[in-house]
Design a protein around this ligand. Structure first.
Ligand code: G3H
Length: 293
């Protein structure tokens, strides 16, 4: 048995999807109302990986996107800015050249995002180039095909190789939970990704339906918790894909807060990947319609 199957043996991976659903419902019943407040909205805004991953992105549009983040810093000195700007890897340099806010990181999707269907050499090279151009964080997708075929060693070896190419940049590993279908699969993929060096595990690319779900978040947070109890290493959590309203975001906050606790409620361990959430949180905070980004 290889080391990855060996690692999985230490965890409960036979999960019941209905039980997960009921656990999520209970968490929201007990916590959603009390966490729907300005303080939490502000915290969540500061955890956003502000994302543009469009076919139409260009140097000009990405530079303008970055300048809005600079403007936010100047116009809202009272508030924490977003945590990172997330772009395709060919735009790392443009963001680096235009970003004037040192607290905001540069995150790049990489390694054949969003399908992960390309040569391992290309994945490694793409990652190295993004890091050389200024990426502080690299978001990659697991090889879902390998995972579903039970080829864990292939999937994990490749993640480990990409992790080396990240050097000091943090690696977020996307499970693409919508393609994994069951809670058991999501738990296994989460554990394998963490054993392969993930600094964060992330739900979805936003390019496939269903994207992030609360049930996937619940299972992933449980996996992070159990992994921490066994290894002492804290892995971050990033729900992403289809998170649009302030209420959506607060629901993920409730899951993280209940399962992982306050220690994980920091932008070092909790992010939300989103292209349409920022203005809605600003609107909830201000109590009037805001279209800043
Ligand atoms: O990684 C982030 C996701 O691609 C964002 O998805 P979204 O456009 O549905 O917010």
């Amino acid at each position: 048995m290889d080391k990855y199957n060996e690692a999985l043996k230490g965890y409960i991976t036979d999960l019941n999807d209905e039980t997960v659903k009921q656990s999520v419902e209970k968490i929201l019943r007990d916590n959603l109302a009390k966490n729907s407040n300005t303080e939490v909205y502000k915290f969540l805004f500061g955890c956003i990986d502000l994302t543009t991953l469009k076919t139409t992105d260009s140097n000009t549009s990405v530079a303008a996107f970055t300048k809005r983040v600079n403007d936010f810093e100047n116009e809202h000195p009272d508030m924490k800015n977003v945590a990172a700007i997330c772009v395709y890897p060919n735009f790392a340099e443009i963001v680096r050249m235009n970003l004037e806010v040192s607290s905001v990181n540069i995150a790049c999707v990489s390694a054949g995002f969003p399908s992960s269907q390309t040569f391992s050499e290309i994945k490694v090279a793409e990652t190295s180039m993004a890091v050389a151009d200024g990426a502080d964080e690299i978001d990659i997708v697991i090889n879902v095909g390998d995972f579903l075929s039970g080829e864990y060693e292939e999937m994990c070896d490749e993640i480990e190789e990409i992790k080396e190419a990240c050097r000091t940049a943090h690696m977020k590993v996307i499970l693409e939970t919508g393609a994994l279908k069951t809670a058991s699969n999501i738990k296994k993929a989460a554990i394998l990704s963490m054993y392969s060096g993930a600094d964060f595990i992330k739900t979805s690319t936003g390019k496939l339906e269903p994207a992030a779900t609360l049930e996937a978040a619940y299972v992933m947070c449980q996996a992070i918790k159990e992994y921490y109890e066994k290894t002492g290493r804290k892995v971050g959590f990033k729900p992403a894909g289809g998170i649009v309203t302030s209420e959506d975001a607060v629901k993920y906050y409730c899951i993280v807060s209940e399962i992982l606790g306050k220690e994980w409620l920091t932008r070092d361990l909790f992010r939300i990947g989103a292209s349409r959430l920022a203005n809605n949180l600003l609107t909830s905070i201000a109590g009037k319609d805001i279209k800043f980004f």
